[in-house]
Every structure is written in C-alpha cells, then in structure tokens.
Write a protein that binds this ligand. Structure first.
Ligand code: ATP
Ligand code: MG
Length: 276
C-alpha cells in the first residue's frame, strides 16, 4: 500500500503540475497598470507620466514649501481634467481657510461640488487626549478617532467612487503621538485603510517631523513613493527644490529640480538641475 505521505506528495505534485500547465493569465490575476497624472506638467515629466495608480505617496516638505498647493492641484486637476472624484482630508485647516489660501494661489475649489472633491475636516482629531470606553474595550479616545477616520475615508471613497485621496498633513498625528512605538501602528493602520480604498493617495508630512526621531521613519516602508520638497535660503533669496527619492513601479527623474509657486499654483522646471 502507498504510504499516506507519498500519496499526499503525489497529489500535491499533480496539482502543481496541472497549475503550471494553465496559461499565465489563468494563474495570476491580471496586472492593471496606469499612471495618474498630477496635472502639474513638470512634475508629471519627472514621474514619467504620473503617480503609479492606486499607490500611496508621501510628500515630505519644509514648512511653507507648497505641500498643500501640490496636493490640491492633484485633486483639482484630477476632477477638472480627468473627471476623477477626490477626497481632501484636512488634519489642520478648516475648509474655509483652505479655500481662501488656495484661491489666492490660483486654485479655485469653489468651482468643485462635494461629490466632485469631498472635504473632510479631521482637524478636531488632534484635540482628543483622554481615555474612553467603547463597548467592553477601553481605548484611548485618540485611537478611536483614528479608527473612525479610516472607516469614514473608506465609506466616503466608496460612496463617491473617489480615485484620488489627500491627507494633509500627517504631521498633526506625529505631534499627537510623539512616541514612535505608539505612532507607527497608528500610521500603518491609516495607510492600510487608504490602500483598501483602491485610490491613489498623497499624504503630506513636515520634513522636520521625520528628522526629529533620528531613525528611518516607518512611513518610508509603508508607502510606495516619497517626494521631498524643500524651500531653502540662499544668498539671492529662497530656492525651492523637489526630488523624487523613491517611486516603486516606475522609472523616474532622480535629479533635484527647481520649482516655483506662482499665481497658477506650482510650476516645476524638469530640465533645470539644482546643485547647492
Ligand atoms: N499667490 C501666491 N503667489 C506666490 N507664492 C505663493 C502664493 N500663495 C502661496 N504662496 C507660497 O506658498 C507657500 C504656502 O504653500 P502651502 O500652504 O502649500 O505650503 P505647505 O508646505 O503646505 O505649508 P505648511 O507647512 O504650512 O502646511 C507660501 O509659503 C508661499 O511661499
Ligand atoms: Mg500645508
């Protein structure tokens, strides 16, 4: 009699063999790949067409570098040029503050309806420090708020069929959770919730926040791409530079390029290299 182990080895081998005989498209789900343009011409040139579809990108920049403007152009152009609905999750500013600032930088969000770009004001999440009891579980109120935010983003994304999402800025959470051990799981959970929406997502962060702990920030591992925006003081005034430090699934420009903030938003000059 054939031993049970031999029998199972035989069955497993036949299964693998029969699987291998299938055409490749039956063995693997189809790979759908497309680029999601930001609509900022110079940046799309640097990205070789745009951001990789359905991926999470971290925009890390110095204060006032133009992170909010860049992300807003991504959402605004997304709907105006491509008809793609979006969601703006603001962790710091109210809708009114944001509309005013963006209008002055040449991006008129008043032209967009809620079902075109939905605004979620998540700024109160920064002010919920005490503990609370939810059902039988005792948890920090701030943790609950984040779980709720992830859920809310998922639901709104489904309802609006949003394909572009912005979280601006993640730094608000970094301040609320200064301890890495506490902060990392929160951020990874939020990134997981974003991944499940199937949208292309931009998250902003203050450059200084990630430098302060002295370790490589976990966000670098959790996200698919990182872009650094820096406004630095030079003898002749401020110089603004942009660099793609990581972007999975695409070839991209690896040089530091110059950009300006004009009254039509951000303009990137993809042919002018910057050497400090
Ligand atoms: N109309 C304008 N013309 C030229 N530059 C402008 C205009 N409006 C804003 N700016 C520039 O944009 C910067 C603010 O852009 P933005 O709010 O996107 O920066 P940020 O990186 O999000 O800043 P923060 O770190 O405060 O969130 C200002 O510091 C200024 O240099
Ligand atoms: Mg900002």
């Amino acid at each position: 009699m054939v031993s049970p182990i031999k029998h199972y080895q035989f069955v497993a081998k036949s299964l693998i063999m029969s699987d291998l005989q299938l055409p490749i498209e039956k063995r693997f789900p189809p790979i759908v790949y497309r680029k999601v343009p930001s609509g900022i011409q110079g940046l799309d040139t640097m990205l070789n067409g745009g951001f990789p579809n359905r991926r999470i990108i971290l925009i890390r920049g110095s204060p006032g570098a133009g992170k909010t403007i860049l992300c807003s152009q991504f959402l605004y152009n997304g709907f105006m040029k491509n008809g793609e609905p979006g969601i703006y999750v603001s962790m710091e500013e109210t809708k009114e503050e944001l509309i005013r600032e963006l209008y002055l930088a040449g991006i008129d969000f008043r032209k967009l309806k809620d079902d075109e770009v939905e605004f979620i004001d998540a700024s109160p999440i920064r002010h919920t420090p005490s503990n609370t009891e939810i059902g039988r579980t005792k948890m920090g109120k701030k943790e609950f708020s984040l779980v709720a935010l992830g859920e809310m983003i998922k639901n709104v994304a489904k309802e609006r069929e949003a394909t572009r999402i912005v979280i601006d800025p993640l730094t608000a959470l970094s301040i609320q959770y200064p301890n890495d051990e506490e902060r990392w799981p929160m951020i990874l959970d939020l990134i997981e919730a974003l991944k499940r929406t199937g949208a292309t997502c931009l998250i902003t962060e203050d450059l200084r926040a990630s430098r302060s702990s002295g370790t490589i920030p976990i966000e670098d591992y959790g996200v698919h791409g990182t872009i650094i925006m820096e406004a630095s003081e030079r003898a002749k005034g401020m110089v603004k530079t942009i660099r793609i430090t990581k972007m999975r699934e695409t070839i991209h420009d690896d040089q530091t390029r110059i950009y300006e903030i004009t009254n039509k938003g951000i303009e990137v000059y993809p042919t002018s290299s910057w050497t400090p």
